[in-house]
Design a protein around this ligand. Structure first.
Ligand code: FAD
Ligand code: FES
Length: 265
């Protein structure tokens, strides 16, 4: 993988929670004053957060950077277990121990027409990409979730100058009814993007890989994995690559060319 993608500017920063917002059931937005990390962050990078002021839980949790506007970064997270329950209880004025920015980023590909494909909270790195590049090149967003309650950032997305925006929900409560993969072929045929970039649940990414493999396109995915350290030491985040070897999501990813991953068939 291109070494230029990697971000070597990791900082351990005490961020200050500036604002918290509950975006409906189970989803939260945090605006954090984190000058050092905000200056270094690239679309696709993530941070490791100590979710409570104590060492319980011991391990930090990984979160993508939704937006970076120095001196602030924004996180958007879904409550998923104990760590995210503790994080949602943190208040503005609290200090948050943050390690980052970590991992590589989605590549900058000037002039290319790119289809961004986001499932649920997988919107995070693609929102960041869209904020960074939408004024410079045609970006199309395909954003899907189970229902309207999983598609919380529509107002913020409408402020980004996207070339085109497609919304899908499985129950039909927002946008077109169905899985976002059901609309993919039609959107590709209509828009003719050169490249796709995707983030979302593993099953969605595997389905995308199946659909896109017969297309002559460049495709990238951002993966989630259970992480211990976030910077290449503990090996808890490995995935199997197409060549049968293991790849660490934290420091070789989280962004990979789609064909480099061994997808379940
Ligand atoms: C690079 C990266 C970026 C991420 N960005 C975001 C983000 O922007 N917003 C967001 O809401 N979440 C994001 N996640 C997922 C987030 O890290 C997990 O939801 C969180 O760590 C769960 O912690 P918990 O203590 O609440 O849950 P736990 O109690 O640790 O786990 C609850 C359940 O979630 C599963 N789980 C835990 N961690 C992960 C994980 N990393 N991936 C998939 N399943 C997991 C566990 O197996 C368990 O079933 C990201 C993960 C990675 C690796
Ligand atoms: S999380 Fe420790 S090596 Fe990747």
């Amino acid at each position: 993988m291109d070494e230029a993608w990697h971000n070597a500017a990791m900082q351990d920063e005490s961020g200050l929670i500036w604002e918290t917002r509950c975006l409906g059931k189970d989803y939260y937005l945090l605006k954090i004053l984190a000058p050092k990390i905000s200056h270094e962050a690239q679309p696709g990078n993530f941070v490791m957060i100590r979710v409570s002021p104590s060492f319980d839980p011991l391990l930090r949790r990984p979160f993508g950077i939704l937006q970076s506007q120095p001196p602030y970064i924004w996180l958007y997270f879904q409550v998923n277990g104990r760590g995210t329950e503790l994080l949602k209880a943190r208040q503005s004025g609290d200090r948050l121990d943050i390690l980052g920015p970590l991992g590589n980023s989605f590549p900058a590909l000037p002039g290319k027409k790119i289809l961004l494909i986001a499932g649920g909270r997988g919107i995070v790195p693609l929102f960041s990409y869209a904020k960074t590049y939408a004024e410079k090149q045609p970006l199309i967003l395909l954003y899907g979730g189970r229902s309207a309650t999983d598609l919380n950032l529509l107002e913020e997305i409408s402020a980004i100058p996207l070339h085109k925006n497609y919304i899908f929900s499985e129950d039909g409560s927002c946008g077109e009814k169905g899985l976002l993969t059901s609309g993919l072929e039609k959107i590709i045929n209509a828009q003719r993007p050169h490249i796709t970039m995707a983030c979302g649940p593993e099953a969605m990414l595997a389905a995308l890989a199946g659909i896109l493999k017969s297309r002559n396109m460049e495709n990238y995915v951002s993966l989630e994995a259970i992480m211990g350290c976030g910077f290449g030491v503990c090996h808890s985040c490995v995935v199997t690559a197409a060549d049968g070897r293991y790849r660490k999501v934290c420091d070789e990813g989280p962004v990979f060319p789609m064909q480099d991953i061994a997808w379940p068939s």
